[in-house]
Design a protein. Sequence first.
Length: 173
Amino acid sequence: MSVLVRIPTPLRKLTGGLSEVELKGWTIGELLGSLEARFPGIKERICDEQGKVRRFVNIYLNNEDVRFLSDLETKIKDGDQVSIVPAIAGGARGKVKKKFYLTYPHEVVKEPIIYWLGQKFKVITNIRGASVSDELGLVALELEGDPEEIERVVLYLKRRKIKVEPIEKDVIE
């Protein structure tokens, strides 16, 4: 079983600069074991002393955060893609509000994406404006939360093929 694993920039010094590697495993945990076997020392950057994924490291199987699946026991299949995404620290401390224009393609326009954002991430969602049809969704969305969590939301949306554009000024006061 071959799976493509995307390596984040901070860990590439441990992979000889490789941004993607093909590995084998039946679960995310086995895949991390394969990653460690090929690149000794990398797993300790991803997992803590108890073997659990570190709090500020996110692992995505295709478009889903494995924490919302079966974590390290999440099963994988041939052709899956796994992304290791460290949270980016720095910048503003505490909660912030950011606004975005979201453009939904027709294949996801009927999915309750904004509902899931509130369930999967520690953010508050506030729809500031919207126009939705069966073919296209345009939403002005305000997100409130930690900057790192908002970055995770943006990454999740982009993986769902939703165009995300920051709004510099208020849409509706």
